[in-house]
Design a binder for this molecule. Structure first.
Ligand SMILES: [Fe+2]
Length: 248
């Protein structure tokens, strides 16, 4: 399915076909934008930035480049195409069809995995929010903002899964993803690395070289998940994630 850009939330998951889910995500959207405006890149929210936006999930021509103000970036929900024949590749259920919904017995574990992955995405934006003020060059500045908006989109990817498959608990988790903050002594991000400040560009380059590399392997694992929507989400996230390592 191609990506529907007429919607408030661009998507290739037929959001318009599920009004309840669409409403829930449209309710979360302004809260996300509040978070982006408060804790996203400091000092450049009103500037036009040359950015790549995902417009398709196909191997060729998935990105569109244009000038956009970051708060107007079209954050959307994009899953890789579904393979109707996909089977589970490991474990007790190896060889059975991949799950299209979360099996009850794995609900808690999958929710934890998705929340932990989702928590890292806005956390890195928070960590890097002051770097634009000391950028070594315009080139580096653009790279930083490209990484930041795509991490924001990865948060959308995880929030979609929580809303679509985890009911009320998932919606509450989605709220909490905007309430925890990097380095907050009372309500920190889940993983320690994401609570360390990134105050200089060497730290940023090391982060994109090492931490994002670790993140890539994490995503590659999740892209094999028996829970097919998680696998398809992460397959597409890997396409964007390559840019982080390029920066590193
Ligand atoms: Fe990410």
């Amino acid at each position: 399915m191609s990506i529907d850009y007429q919607q408030k939330i661009p998507n290739n998951v037929d959001l318009a076909g599920d009004r309840k889910l669409q409403r829930a995500l449209e309710h979360w959207q302004p809260r996300y934008l509040d978070w982006w405006n408060a804790l996203g890149p400091e000092g450049f929210q009103a500037n036009d930035v040359y950015l790549r936006t995902a417009i398709n999930v196909g191997a060729e021509g998935w990105a569109h480049f244009d000038h956009v103000k970051m708060p107007d970036y079209r954050w959307g929900i994009f899953l890789a195409e579904r393979d109707p024949d996909r089977v589970i590749g490991f474990g007790d259920d190896m060889g059975k069809p991949a799950w299209q919904d979360v099996p009850g017995e794995h609900r808690a574990a999958l929710r934890r995995l998705i929340v932990t992955q989702g928590d890292t995405e806005p956390a890195s934006v928070e960590q890097q929010r002051l770097l634009g003020l000391s950028c070594p060059s315009l080139y580096d500045l653009r790279n930083l903002f490209q990484v930041n908006v795509e991490e924001g989109r990865h948060l959308w990817a995880m929030v979609y899964l929580l809303h679509a498959h985890f009911g009320r608990a998932g919606r509450e988790e989605a709220e909490e993803l905007l309430e925890r903050h990097s380095g907050d002594p009372d309500n920190p991000r889940i993983l320690g690395t994401f609570n360390e400040p990134i105050e200089d560009w060497l730290s940023f380059f090391m982060f994109t070289y090492f931490t994002d590399r670790d993140g890539k392997y994490q995503l590659k694992c999740l892209a094999e998940s028996a829970f097919d929507p998680l696998a398809r989400t992460c397959q597409f996230m890997l396409t964007e994630e390559a840019y982080n390592m390029f920066v590193g």
